[in-house]
Design a protein around this ligand. Sequence first.
Ligand code: F6R
Length: 240
Amino acid sequence: MRITVCENYDEMSKKAAQLVLAQVTLKPNSVLGFATGSTPLGLYENLSEMCSAGQIDFSNTVSFNLDEYYPIKKDDPNSYNAYMQENLFSKINIKRENAHLLNGETDDPEGECENYERMIGRVGGIDMQILGIGSNGHIGFNEPDSVMYPYTHITHLTESTIKANSRFFSSVDEVPKKALTVGILTILNSKRIILMANGAGKKQVISELLGDGMKLNLPAALLKLHPDVTLICDKEAYPK
Ligand code: F6R
């Protein structure tokens, strides 16, 4: 795992944006994997500005988001569909039909997950996957559990994730208890992975990730099996 430690969130977001720029410049029809949450907001702001300035062209790119709450309406302000629309897709020139998200409105979550996995396979997999990390070590919504699911699936959120994400909702009771998420192998099949972490709240989990061995209760530890992962974090999240 390559590690880049940045002075602050701003620098971390710019560094990540430079990696996306290099990816899309070298391969204009890149398949990008996007994450939601607080961590990539600065990255998305940078990409939006670069796109407005004509420095990056998303018109031939395809994207797949990691996850979506279940059930949730697409136009619910807390859905990841709404988040992506607001923070990225409305500000860059990606074709809307090329920007894929799991459908939290579906009556057939299993069918939705199978179809999503098939669509990722049909375009040849993800070229560059952007990841955040939960303070419990989750990536996507692959939570610490005794069972790991390789492919896109429906999952239960842990109490700690529900509590952490309640900051976006008016009360903890409103946070959906389930989610649709790509699986661990879907992530590990990406050609390149950019893992981002910022703030003192992520220091403990990054310390566990970078420690010896691979902790079984830390889904992110599986990233150690991947040959091309770059961790970009700020000083506060870096344990050394
Ligand atoms: C979001 C996702 C999650 C987040 C993680 C960190 O699509 O897959 O794994 O990356 O929960 O969230 P933040 O960035 O809000 O700390």
